[in-house]
Design a protein around this ligand. Structure first.
Ligand SMILES: Cc1cc2nc3c(=O)[nH]c(=O)nc-3n(C[C@H](O)[C@H](O)[C@H](O)COP(=O)(O)OP(=O)(O)OC[C@H]3O[C@@H](n4cnc5c(N)ncnc54)[C@H](O)[C@@H]3O)c2cc1C
Length: 516
């Protein structure tokens, strides 16, 4: 369905003729899905038009027009994930790529304010020059540096640098009905340092553990907490990723991969690492993830995976330690050594080999490997189940899912690729995250069904075992599986949706609808 000429003209008047299109070739380029979601159709429904607003005023005008004309809208920042796709006709795209400015880096109060199309690689490079750093979403530094664009905004630094829900400070938000709302200190005094108040806070409306994935308006600028960076202001690396030359290890930095004889030993080691607050980065990477971070092609990837799998004794974690002084570095190293000894941990030597260590350190700090970790030669990343709560709870939750997955691997339906299970500690153990990737050959319908069954088994386990509401719970169908067992939170979400979006203009397919 093409937009009526007068309606197209109205949008064109907002953004200018160069910043709007309804040309089928352009619309189709936004409708193509990546192999990341290969079980679904190759194309999603076309947008009616794609708009490229330059600022908050233009975003507001587009949203108001959508409300007036009975259209819906959906925003994207970098469009890395599938969540910015529409699921039906009548939707206007807001591609926010022209909103690409770092508004402020406040060194004294340690926050940064960005527009949606600033990516983490840019922000981190600017911060490092100032002795600061940011929690980059694990999806990669190619993604938006607005924590509100990331799904949950968990990343490699989350053990010491937390994640989106907690790093979020003041915000500028164009609500689904076209109001501009500024939260916290921004509303009161034009400053960005606080996201809450005065009085009741809107933070819990605009996001919880995850964000509304396009279903509750558009975030145009936001502040986030930033962190101390004890490393150099630039990383003197040359060459081509992943084989940088020289393999540069900054003074006071160290990387280790430590494997354990059992999940229990791994959990205990993570607990102790958290308690002693020694980790700069800590990720429960498995061998498939480690291999894909160093391989330059699929064959190499398979070889590294075999080599590393033979060298480890069981599940493990990758840890980077960063000393704030020689004494601090020596202390943290010693504590790690004691923890590894007490929990029978064993180091994976190729990771600490000086030839490899520098490249690993940089790739994990800059977060460059996500796409290689998830889309592997053996098959696509067909799904993910996982959640964030208490570390022990999450690691047990994910263990349940991985047993179901194992059954399908035995039957040859899902791929045995060393990807299980992934656990991560956040804020030095204050919270934890568990995650299970499901991988299969997408042309096999039985494999697609198997991946769905793992997903459903994880949902049943989450409800029955009281593991909380995991990250993959978005859309009416999945939210309604959880609502009745979790104080009917869905009723409140629907009230929020109805109140802020009376015309249902903010396309809700990845959030929740108000109808029910
Ligand atoms: C391979 C892969 C790995 C991933 N790993 C992680 C991970 O480790 N940790 C994690 O937290 N997430 C992860 N994700 C999810 C990830 O957070 C998002 O895909 C990514 O961070 C989003 O950034 P983006 O700029 O690309 O957002 P987009 O893809 O542009 O948007 C993501 C969602 O947010 C909405 N949105 C975007 N910008 C705005 C805005 N300004 N206002 C309102 N709504 C907006 C979109 O409509 C969409 O629903 C992963 C995704 C992939 C594909």
């Amino acid at each position: 369905m093409a937009l009526a000429k007068d309606i197209y003209k109205a949008f064109e008047e907002v953004v200018g003729p160069e910043n709007i299109a309804d040309d089928p070739a352009i619309l189709d380029s936004y409708a193509w899905r990546s192999g990341l979601v290969a079980k679904l159709d190759k194309f999603v429904p076309r947008f009616e038009a794609v708009t490229l607003p330059k600022d908050t005023t233009e975003v507001q005008a587009i949203i108001r027009l959508c409300n007036k004309c009975g259209l819906q809208f959906k925003a994207s920042s970098t469009g890395w994930g599938p969540y910015c796709d529409p699921t039906g006709p009548g939707v206007i795209k807001l591609d926010l790529r022209r909103m690409n400015r770092i508004i402020e880096i406040n060194e004294k109060n340690m926050y940064a304010v960005v527009e949606p199309y600033v990516i983490y690689a840019q922000l981190q490079a600017e911060l490092m020059k100032r002795g600061l750093n940011t929690n980059i979403t694990g999806a990669g530094s190619n993604c938006s540096a607005l924590p509100l664009a990331a799904h949950s905004n968990l990343g490699h630094l989350s053990v010491s640098g937390s994640y989106g829900e907690r790093n979020q400070l003041a915000l500028e938000w164009v609500t689904p009905d076209g109001e501009i709302v500024r939260t916290g200190s921004l509303a009161v005094m034009g400053e960005w340092f606080c996201g809450d108040g005065p009085g009741p806070s809107l933070r819990g409306v605009i996001r919880g553990n995850t964000m509304p994935l396009g279903g509750l308006g558009v975030y145009t600028r936001a502040a986030q907490k930033i962190y101390h960076w004890p490393g150099p202001s630039t990383f003197p690396i040359e060459g081509v990723s992943p084989h940088y030359k020289p393999s540069y290890i900054p003074s006071g930095f160290m990387i280790r991969y430590i494997s354990f004889p059992s999940q229990e030993a791994l959990r205990e080691a993570v607990r102790q690492v958290g308690e002693s607050e020694i980790a700069f980065i800590l990720m429960g990477f498995n061998m498939a993830m480690m291999a894909s971070n160093i391989a330059t092609n699929n064959n190499e990837d398979a070889e590294y995976l075999r080599e590393y799998t033979d060298l480890v004794q069981g599940p493990g974690f990758m840890i980077i330690i960063a000393g704030n002084s020689p004494g601090d570095f020596a202390y943290k190293k010693k504590v790690l050594e004691i923890i590894a000894n007490e929990t029978n941990g064993k180091a994976l030597e190729p990771v600490e080999d000086p030839e490899n260590a520098g490249g690993f350190i940089w790739r994990f700090i800059r977060v460059t490997g996500s796409i290689r970790e998830t889309c592997r030669a053996t098959g696509v990343f067909g799904g993910e189940v996982g959640g964030t709560d208490v570390f022990n709870l999450m690691s047990k939750f994910i263990e349940k899912g991985s047993k179901v997955k194992e059954g399908f691997i035995q039957k040859g339906l899902l791929l045995a690729d060393g990807t299980d299970p992934f656990v991560q500690s956040i804020e030095h153990g204050h919270c934890g995250h568990g995650e299970l990737l499901i991988r299969y050959v997408p042309s096999n319908p039985a494999a697609v069904q198997a991946s769905f069954e793992v997903f459903m088994a994880a949902n049943r386990a989450a409800v029955e075992g009281h593991y909380g509401v995991p990250h993959h719970v978005w859309s009416d169908a999945v939210c309604d599986m959880y609502g009745p067992d979790t104080s009917n939170y869905t009723k409140w979400m629907r009230k929020v949706k109805k109140t802020f979006d009376p015309e249902n203009a903010s396309e809700p397919s990845h959030y929740i609808t108000a109808e029910k």
